[in-house]
Design a protein around this ligand. Sequence first.
Ligand code: KG4
Ligand code: ZN
Length: 353
Amino acid sequence: VPFLRILGIETSCDETAAAVVERDAEGHSKVLSDVVLSQLDEHSAYGGVVPEIAARAHVEALDELIEEALQRANVSLNEVDAIAATSGPGLIGGLLVGLMTGKAIARAAGKPLYAVNHLEGHALTARLTDGLSFPYLMLLVSGGHTQLILVRGVGDYQRWGTTIDDALGEAFDKTAKLLGLPYPGGPAVERMARDGNADRFAFPRPLVGEARLDFSFSGLKTAVRQAAQDIAPLSDQDVADICASFQKAVSRTLKDRIGRGLQRFKTEFAATFPAAAPATGEKPALVVAGGVAANLELRGTLQTLCDKNGFRFIAPPLHLCTDNAVMIAWAGLERMATGAAPDPLDVQPRSRW
Ligand code: KG4
Ligand code: ZN
């Protein structure tokens, strides 16, 4: 294994981030620095991410953040082997800022550039944190994405399910907004749900029972709006009950959807993970990533589901589940380690990918 050290840059949404990650000749990997600047304060007044504000904030912060990441790692640019920058999917303004900066550094320092798919960063993180081997299943649930992905190898992914409307984090955020709770909505809804009666409202569980592995959350949001209108003005207890009932519906939906995904995985990889082998520790794994992975009730649901199905449930530490540059540096490192050619310096960012 060659020794590799990579500088990563992430600017696809509302986090400006830079990090340095290395892997030594024995295959031990190490995060040398991990700097993240959240733009939460800039966006919270608008109840969501404003692309133009995000792009400007990236421009203002990125150079210094990269300096800081190198300093904290105690390395100079000459001592990194490559630059990895997110090139999509995401908000195009932010992607341009990060990718252009990555290109400029690569050009000036004479280093190869890896243009990294943000989702690939999320998908490969569990190999850095848990040394996971292929194949495994990954559930990405963030403000922008809801995807169930089969990770077969570096650069080898198959999307098994995605949302046909809202992302799960978006559903939390919209529900919070409807109920007058602050942005971002996920933590607020979870907090309120603790004191609520989850059985008071029978919210829909979209696509439950269907064979395909997709998700849908807009109907749930509509049902929440209807319930809130029917009983307005809302008391704190009403809000708590709606939050608890919402979370329960989400939890049941995930249980059904992901449960089917685990079954499919077991069927497809019966030879790789024979049912007789659990005693030897050779269990398949489900990895969760994205901000919604912070939700303790949903984590509990996934943990129980995995236990029942003989899967390991892997939730990387939260700061590596949400947007960060460590995962981008790591994805670049993994690609470089496979001998993949770097990207040309005229590579373009892609808002959709
Ligand atoms: O991965 P992330 O930090 O950023 C991107 O979307 O890229 O995810 C943010 C999303 C927001 O929608 C937020 O409401 C949601 O994750 N979230 C949660 C919780 N904490 C954050 N959703 C449910 N429960 C939580 N505790
Ligand atoms: Zn993300």
